[in-house]
Design a protein around this ligand. Structure first.
Ligand SMILES: C[S@@+](CC[C@H](N)C(=O)[O-])C[C@H]1O[C@@H](n2cnc3c(N)ncnc32)[C@H](O)[C@@H]1O
Length: 308
């Protein structure tokens, strides 16, 4: 179901080693209950940390592994050789989960996981311009075959739209200043690399503490480029539709805007036969945050279709 295109693979680790540590894994499995067997959708497979736990929980569990990033699916496919026959790999946006289900010939699901955002592989292994830690081409697309790269958006976007994206998606209080600096800079030359963008941001945002001044703007542009909030909004009702009796949807979000979308969608579903399993979102334990600081902003919500 996926093309064998390895040309875009960048930094690979040794066999059995992965960039990403799955977040809130025991909590996710407690809600999904893959030990019962059944068909699970991992909407954001990444390198496959959560899917692996699903597949290992029972010989009767199967996963439909989806990701926008073909490279991630290639890594997961290799990782899951031993589970052949119990896995499908679909290179798609999770907003198209209904199409992925028909490709895999699956009518409904026992559990669905959405672990939003990006993988550590995007920060450490890939060279898409998602990280500001290295000078890279300013692309930021998770699916490099679709959509418009960040450098192209920055060439044409209007000041107001840019400032509001940086403010809303990045929760950046210097959004106006940064947007103005970007617009001024692009009049001199196109902004094609992360290095150029970091320089522009640093020229107008004072450094405070350990946080890099570019952090919030990079997050905002990534959300804008990949239309992350729109996809989430479209996907959740489709995921709920896909759930069979007693099936559970678990969403791990890393940003207050994402969490708000999940919270509201779950609230609406509670009126139509679903039970919210998390009155308040769960957060990672202190031990997990210490072992994996990337987990610190995670919030998990779960909802289950009431049994028939
Ligand atoms: C946090 S990582 C998942 C990590 C994975 N759970 C693991 O433990 O290895 C999120 C993944 O979701 C993918 N992704 C983000 N938005 C997506 C979307 N709209 N549709 C499909 N995949 C998406 C990213 O490419 C990334 O690989």
């Amino acid at each position: 179901m996926i093309a064998h295109d390895r040309t875009r693979l960048t930094t690979r680790l040794g066999q059995g080693q992965y960039h990403h540590t799955p977040v809130m894994l025991p909590e996710a499995m407690a809600f999904l209950r893959p030990e019962r067997g059944g068909v699970y959708f991992d909407c954001t497979c990444g390198e496959g940390g959560h899917s692996e736990a699903i597949l290992k929980a029972s010989l009767n569990s199967k996963t439909v592994c989806m990701d926008l990033d073909l490279n991630m699916l290639m890594v997961a496919k290799e990782r899951f050789k031993e589970f052949e026959g119990r896995t499908w790999f679909v290179h798609t946006n999770f907003a198209d989960i209904d199409k992925a289900a028909s490709l895999a010939n699956v009518a409904n699901s026992d559990g669905i996981l959405m672990d939003l955002g990006i993988s550590m592989a995007h920060l450490k292994g890939e060279k898409r311009g998602i990280t500001f830690m290295e000078d890279q081409p300013l692309d930021m697309r998770l699916d490099v075959n679709r959509g418009e790269p960040a450098h192209s958006i920055l060439l044409r976007i209007k000041f107001e739209e840019l400032a509001s994206a940086i403010s809303e998606y990045g929760e950046e209080r210097f959004a106006g200043k940064i947007a103005r600096a970007i617009i001024n800079a692009r009049e001199k030359e196109p902004i094609n690399t992360t290095g150029q963008l970091v320089k522009i941001i640093s020229s107008v945002v004072p450094r405070s503490g350990r946080i890099n001044p570019a952090t919030r703007t990079f997050q905002a542009l990534r959300i804008l480029v990949n239309q992350e909030l729109e996809s989430l909004e479209e996907a959740i009702p489709k995921c709920l539709d896909m759930l069979g009796w007693d099936g559970t949807l678990v969403v791990i979000s890393y940003h207050s805007l994402e969490d708000r979308i999940v919270k509201n969608a779950f609230k609406n579903a509670a009126d139509i036969g679903f039970e919210i399993l998390t009155k308040k979102p769960l957060c990672p334990s202190e031990e997990e945050i210490e072992a994996n600081p990337a987990s610190r902003s995670a919030k998990m919500r779960a909802i289950r279709r009431k049994g028939g």
